[in-house]
Design a protein around this ligand. Structure first.
Ligand SMILES: *Cc1c(COP(=O)(O)O)cnc(C)c1O
Length: 410
């Protein structure tokens, strides 16, 4: 069975039959980088995406970038000039964020199992700690006392609802993330007697959602929950992180998220929220939506092999750099990412069905499974689109000991 053709056109222009990234045709970019495989991220596309969000969402929504989607320092620095804050989820990401021009008070730190060391770093830096548990609350207060600095904390709430049709659900029911909504009033009461600065709430319910109605419904419930919890706060809510979950299309037939619909619905919800939370900064935190479509993974065809009639393009790239494209990063059913022969976009021969595989000694090392592709030759460049998020750092780069991939921002 052949995979269906992708209908989503790549955002990147094509000139002289080559994919163009950051104004460079792909073959020239590959020469500039000096070797394959590599990831290339297009700064103009990242900027355009932020502008599109600002246009669609109400003016007073603050945009935060969740660094785990793509922690390449140059990408994070580029976004520092475009968004209103960063969300980090480890001491390592905290360093990356603090190395940029983003002011520390606009950085927050979520994620379970924060160690005493990470909490001390966060408090010393003056960033906001999103508390994932009551244990973390106590550890943060202790670390603050030891340092003589009041920790700035927000409560991450595990809401009593879930984000419907999300690719990854992170709320509702029992979860390792956040403090269960029903426990939060008691935690807020305890906070009244503790030496800390209360900032607000972080309510993140899921990721990779392409349905505007589902996102709007989660936002409505999130605002309702926050307004309810705000009745018990130790001090006014200064920031409310509404989560994110905006998805990008990866697979054939997936329509892009209707951002305008999300923005319109949020504008309708805001007046009531503004009355209850007049001085609260409202934050939407996104990862892949900023960067996912602005990145490509590029590898070179080492061998064109035919086995019992099936064409394999054997490349120097694979799942060790791009686990998600191989279908092994959370997908239930493997589907092909958009893949193309990037230095020969329109084939001179007949298009053919081919599988793109990598150098690893495992059948899992599959970047495209029997996909309609241009007729590729040895030396050609294969590009995996929609690869700007959860690429290199979400991959087992040490597996089989091949060199890692280069990353460039162009
Ligand atoms: C992973 C994560 C994000 C980013 O998710 P995307 O799907 O990339 O937008 C945002 N916030 C939190 C708390 C996360 O864990």
């Amino acid at each position: 069975m052949n995979s269906p053709r992708h209908t989503t056109p790549p955002l990147f222009p094509v000139a002289d039959n080559q994919l163009v990234i950051g104004a460079l045709p792909i073959a020239r970019l590959a020469e500039r980088v000096g070797r394959t495989p590599f990831y290339a991220y297009d700064r103009a596309l990242i900027s355009a995406r932020v502008a599109q969000l600002r246009q669609a969402l109400p003016d007073d929504i603050h945009l935060h970038y969740a660094i785990k989607a793509n922690p390449m320092p140059a990408v994070v620095q580029h976004l520092a000039g475009l968004v209103d804050g960063f969300d980090v989820a480890s001491g390592g990401e905290l360093k990356t964020a603090l190395d940029t021009s983003m002011p520390p008070h606009q950085i927050s730190f979520a994620g379970p199992a924060k160690t005493p060391g990470e909490l001390r770093q966060a408090i010393a830096a003056g960033i906001v700690i999103n508390l994932e548990s009551e244990r973390e609350l106590r550890a943060a207060v202790q670390a603050g006392e030891a340092l003589g600095i009041r920790p700035r904390v927000a409560v991450r709430v595990n809401p009593d609802f879930e984000l419907k049709s999300a690719g990854m659900k992170m709320s509702g029911g029992p979860k390792q993330f956040g403090i269960d909504a029903e426990r939060v009033p008691a935690v807020l009461a305890e906070m009244k007697c503790l030496d800390l600065e209360f900032i607000g709430f972080h309510i993140f319910s899921g990721a990779q959602n392409l349905r505007a109605e589902a996102i709007s419904e989660a936002q409505e419930k999130t605002l309702e929950l926050a307004m309810r919890l705000a009745l018990d706060v130790p001090s006014p809510v200064r920031a409310l992180n509404l989560g994110g979950g905006f998805g990008i299309p990866y697979f054939p037939g997936e329509p892009p998220l209707d951002l305008v619909a999300v923005g319109e619905r949020l504008s309708e919800l805001l007046p009531a929220a503004r009355r209850a939370l007049p001085d609260t900064e409202l934050i939407i935190e996104l990862g892949r939506f900023f960067v996912g479509e602005a990145g490509v993974y590029v590898c070179r065809v080492v061998e064109r092999k035919v086995s019992r009639g099936q064409v394999f393009l054997v490349t120097d790239g694979g799942l060790h750099h791009h686990l998600a494209a191989s279908g092994n990063f959370g997908q239930v059913i493997r589907k092909n990412y958009p893949v193309l022969v990037a230095n020969r976009v329109e084939s001179d021969g007949d298009p053919e069905t081919a599988s793109v595989v990598g150098p690893l000694c495992t059948p899992l090392d599959l970047l495209a499974d029997r996909m309609p592709l241009g007729h590729a030759r040895e030396g050609d460049l294969v590009a995996v689109m929609q690869s700007g998020a959860y690429g290199l750092t979400a991959s087992p780069t040490a597996f089989l000991g091949h060199p890692t991939a280069v990353e460039v921002l162009v």
